[in-house]
Design a protein around this ligand. Structure first.
Ligand code: GLU
Length: 502
């Protein structure tokens, strides 16, 4: 492998907003490839049919381009290993699954969900690790084939090598437990016991591959030499190593980067912090400041410099200087950095352009004017009447955020549920927001009066506004959800008045 040119990839799943974690992993992969004259591939892992969307894929690509990345191969630029969308490679996976079954390394399994449930319950009752008990692994393949031909749903599972005291799952005759080992470039040699590894499903009954199969087949066919990904995938890697062994392929080198954390060390998540690249873009962060910030996660330059460009990072990045302790995704630090970029890296002309684009574009002002024109008489009244169109946050009194006749806890549950709806509503035009709100009223059994008053306070900080759905549409999804989350935080610390006793 030493003399093969470096090939790395990122493999995001298009199941929602473009996540800052994707950009962080992209940055380290990009720098590693570019400084070695290697290739950086972008592959879309859309095998989760229910959660993957094209809109999410488009947003991921656009956000990564906004940050300044380009890729040598990918769904939009093509390349010698096209398609770069897993849902368009089903024949390839099917072929590879068949090969593995023919080699005796995998088997068809027709166990029904109810049976698997029963097995799991019994295992839990015996305080064993739940997992597939290997039934179909030992059945006559001809019998299973006949079942499949009768239309019984079937999956393909990997025959994970068994040994030691693992008889129920099929001791392969080895006295000792079987170990899987691999070297993580950041952590040294890691060892896993196959008793902890289930006979993985490789092909689902709908003909789609699982993550494990598609991921390693693609990495192999695309010539990937180094897999650099988040540490949440460490437990998947032994499964991948077993798959490489089953195919007789050389596995790539692995490096698992530390996950981005909140200040309390929990994994960053949209519940605590904005994590969508679209949000950062909307909120007016600069892409170069974002890159600089992400580069500071898990890495420091030898000379201690804090301000650097993508090109500097490509030049100075060293894998051996990656720090494994959980990097804190500290929004205050990002804000500070953005301020420095604003003051030090932008001319006044550039800042005017930036403000025009972000807050005062003709397009945006037109949308604002279209909803407020009935309600203001001269220019300065606009800002006074509707400041919420020009600010990031608003500051309603927390008591105004209580839904009428609901407790604080119930109100918070309502806002939490609404935030979830807004999170998944990609099309945020007026009519769509109106539909969303009406459906939400019906779902929660609330009247418009009960919900809209506190919601108006929540998203605008004002008692009176133009029609709520139009106002929300102009504000945009990112602002609306930030304000709902901020409202939730404000309610969280609100002391509830004791209910009057009658
Ligand atoms: N599709 C996985 C993700 O969403 C890829 C993980 C990997 O890099 O292997 O991050």
């Amino acid at each position: 492998m030493a003399d093969r040119p470096v090939v790395v990839r990122i493999a995001p799943s298009p199941t929602g907003d473009p996540h800052v974690g994707t950009a962080y992993i992209a940055l380290f992969n990009y720098a590693f490839a570019k400084q070695r004259g290697g290739k950086f591939i972008l592959r879309i892992e859309d095998t989760d049919r229910t959660r993957s969307t094209k809109a999410s894929e488009d947003m991921i690509l656009a956000s990564l381009r906004w940050l300044g990345f380009s890729w040598d191969e990918g769904p939009d630029v093509g390349g010698p290993n096209a398609s770069y969308r897993q849902s368009e490679r089903l024949d390839i996976y099917r072929h590879h699954v068949d090969t593995l079954v023919a080699r005796g390394e995998a088997y068809w399994c027709t166990c029904a969900a109810e049976r698997l449930d029963g097995v799991r319950k019994e295992q839990m009752a015996r305080k064993e690790n739940p997992g597939y008990d290997g039934r179909c692994r030992f059945r006559d393949p001809a019998e299973i084939k006949a079942e499949r031909e009768r239309g019984v749903a079937a999956v393909v599972r990997l025959k994970v090598p068994r040994g030691g005291d693992d008889p129920k799952k099929g001791n392969d005759g080895k006295a000792e437990p079987v170990k899987v080992r691999f070297t993580d470039l950041l952590r040294g040699e890691l060892e896993f016991d196959t008793r902890e590894i289930d006979d993985q499903v490789l092909l689902k009954s709908d003909g789609f591959p699982t993550y494990h199969l598609a991921n390693i087949v693609d990495d192999h066919l695309m010539g990937v030499t180094h897999v650099m990904r988040g540490e949440e995938w460490i437990s998947s890697t032994p499964k991948h190593v077993l798959l490489y062994q089953a195919y007789g392929w050389q596995a790539p080198a692995f490096a698992h980067l530390p996950l981005l954390r909140n200040a309390d060390k929990s994994k960053v998540s949209k519940r605590k912090n904005p994590v969508s690249l679209s949000w950062f873009k909307e909120a007016g962060y600069f892409p170069d400041a974002m890159i600089n910030f992400l580069g500071m996660m898990a890495f420091t330059f030898e000379d201690g410099r804090e301000i650097f460009t993508l090109a500097d990072f490509v030049q100075g990045f060293k894998l051996e200087r990656v720090v494994l302790g959980g990097p804190v995704f500290d929004l205050k630090k990002l804000l500070w950095l953005n301020g420095r970029y604003l003051r030090e890296q932008r001319s006044d002309e550039e800042l005017v352009g930036y403000l025009q684009e972000r807050l005062f574009s003709a397009d945006y002002l037109k949308r604002v004017v279209s909803v407020v024109k009935e309600r203001f008489e001269k220019s300065e009244d606009l800002i006074e009447y509707a400041p919420y169109f020009f600010t990031g946050t608003v500051s309603p009194a927390p008591e105004d955020l209580l839904v009428k006749s609901r407790s604080k806890k119930e109100s918070m549950a309502i806002w939490e549920a609404l935030a979830e709806k807004v999170d998944t509503q990609q099309d945020f035009s007026g009519p769509r927001v109106e539909e969303l709100l009406n459906a939400f009223l019906a779902e929660k059994g609330l009247s418009a009066k009960e919900l809209f008053m506190p919601l108006r306070w929540l998203v605008t900080g004002k008692k009176a506004t133009p029609p709520l759905h139009d106002t929300m549409a102009v504000l945009g999804r990112e602002r609306v959800r930030t304000r709902i989350r901020a409202g939730l935080a404000a309610l969280h610390v609100l002391q509830e008045k004791p209910q009057p006793t009658t």
